[in-house]
Every structure is written in C-alpha cells, then in structure tokens.
Ligand binder design. Sequence first.
Ligand code: GDP
Length: 369
Amino acid sequence: ENEELYCIGCGALIQSTDPKGVGYVPNSAVQKKGEEEDLYCKRCFRLRHYNEVSDVALTDDDFLKILTQIGETDSLIVNVVDIFDFSGSIIPGLQRFVGDNPILIVGNKEDLLPKSLKRSKLRDWIRQNANMQGLRPVDVALVSAKKNHMIDSLLKLIDKHRNGRDVYVVGVTNVGKSTLINQIIKQKTGIAELITTSHFPGTTLDKIEIPLDDEHFLIDTPGVIHQQQMAHFLSGKELNIAVPQKEIKPKVYQLGAGQTLFLGALARFDYLAGEKKGVVVYVDNNLMIHRTKTVNAEVFYEKHAGELLQPPIAENIEKLPKLVRFEFKTTQKSDLVFSGLGWITVNADTIIAGWAPKGVAVTLRRAMI
Ligand code: GDP
C-alpha cells in the first residue's frame, strides 16, 4: 500500500531516499512498522533517545523562510563555518537577512590546520574574507568541535555578545554544526536534560532549543546544502581519504612551467607560467599526489584514473563527473581552492589552471598561510 506517513515528532513526510533530508527513516524501519506503531524520523529519534542533534538539509525556500524569521528577532547570530572550506561555508545574503543582529563567526575544524599557523593570524584572515563576502562579524572564534577544543571559550564569547538575548546557530551542511551543538549540549545542560522543540512557522521543521542560564535559548537551525562541495560526489571510504581527518602536513613541490599535479583522480593543477618555485599542497595526508608534464596530463589521466590516481577507485570512476578547467593569473601569493578537498598555495605572477569534477567550485583567494 502507498499510504503517506508522517513523523509524529516534527510532522515531516516520511521518506527513505535521502538520509540528510527532512523526514528520513531507513526503509527497513518503515517496513518493520506495525499497524499501531508511530514513526519518528531519524532526526527526532536521535533527539528523543540520545539527546543528540543531527543536521537535515532544507530546500533553499525553507531556509530563506527561516533566515527571514531570524531577521525579525533580536538575537545573536552564530554562523558556523568550516575553515577548511571557507567559501563553501558562506550563506549568501546572511548579513542582509539578519539585519541589525550581530553575527559571531565560528571557524570550525581548527584541528586540520598546521599548529604552526598563528591563531590570531587565522582569525584576521577569516574576518577579512568574511568582509569580502559582505559579512561584518562582531567577533571571530576558532574551535574544533570534534576535538572538543576551545568550546569553553566559545561559550564565554557567546555570553558576552548575546547580552541577554537568544542565540541562533546557522550554517550550511557539513561545516560541523551538529558536532558543535552536541558538544555544547554536553557542556551546557548535560545529556540528561531535555531539549524543548517547536516549529519554525511555515516549515515542517523543529527548532531545537538549548536553555541558557537565563530565560533565553541557543537555537539550532537546519542547514542548507551547499551544492559545490566535493563531498557530494564521494561516499564513505573515499570521502575519508579525500576529506582530511587530522592536521594537514603541507607538501612542497618544486614546479616549473609546463608541469601538472594530480590530486588522486579528483583534481588537477597545471603550472602554466611563472618562475620555477615551490607550490605548497594542503590536502589530506593520504591523498596520492602525482606529478606529470602538462602536455601528457590528459592521456595520463585517461589511463590511470581509478588506478594510480585514487580516489575514486576504478569501479566508481564512472560516477565522477568530468574534470572542468578554470584558469587564473596570480598577482599576489594565492591559494587555488578545490572546494572541500583543499588548496594549493602559489606565488605572485603565475598563470595556473585548476581542474575539478563538474559542479565543484575552483576559486582563487589571497593565501591563508
Ligand atoms: P553539519 O552537517 O554541519 O551538522 O556537520 P556534522 O556535524 O555532521 O559534521 C560534518 C563532518 O565534519 C563530519 O564528518 C564530522 O566528523 C566532521 N567534523 C565536525 N567537526 C569537526 C572538527 O572540529 N574537526 C574535524 N576535523 N572534522 C569535524
């Protein structure tokens, strides 16, 4: 039978196709459901049983509705970004939506960047890049949600800037917002304390509210998918190789004009013109990097993608979109960024090209390090 089922927690239509979407229940659980039994979606289930939040992705429309509602409140906005994928973390128009409410930027995944990089410098870099995106944060914090690092300081900073108001936490998916919220829940209220929920008007989605010390709340909001992330083209094991899990050890390559680097089969870097100088690669330590001549690169890729050049492995190479080329000229020390995969730092006065699977953003920015 084809009856439509709804989550009795949040009211969302139950679906079994998109684990990151609203109303997800694994097919097996839907099948097992008895006549009388009620169904909770995965998100509500985890919330009820483990007091744990998980992120669900919203449509752009619902996300904009929620941002508009947040703009009508008097609150502190905490915008979580992934410092490893800064431009992939940007919520377009956030400053406009939140109006006069102050924005605190939290740079998460701090554990991935070299320890030698001064944190004050990194915060300055985040602030400057936020400004370029039209964001004017009142403050910038750095944390590692996964390592539970600097969460205390973040909570102090939030208390300072919220000034007795509510706090809304916003972010695109994959920046680590759920991991961060779960750390905060542990520190703030303890795992035993229940979280109250209520709907965002006009959407099927619950607000997850964490009580603060006064009458106010820290409110988790659903994320919106950022389409241009490498993560969308990889799964499981491959993602673990492509996405760094711990502190990146930068690798230096002395490249001359006419040389190419392959980052697995996922990305390609051509050094087209410039002095023979070192470029520095910031990607997962286990990702295989291969050097070849640019003239041979196309043939090399055809021959070795999925074998010598991994990830993805051979059987998944068909699913990977074709690499698309972007050319840049550098006028200052710059990073060529492959969204979600990492970046390559090059000097001023070069011409370079970056290739990534169709749909993954390749951008140039002022060097972070
Ligand atoms: P959300 O979609 O924003 O809620 O993101 P998640 O909390 O589900 O995290 C997305 C991915 O980033 C997961 O693989 C996490 O393990 C990882 N992650 C989250 N926080 C950190 C962090 O502080 N450091 C690192 N290295 N990875 C993190």
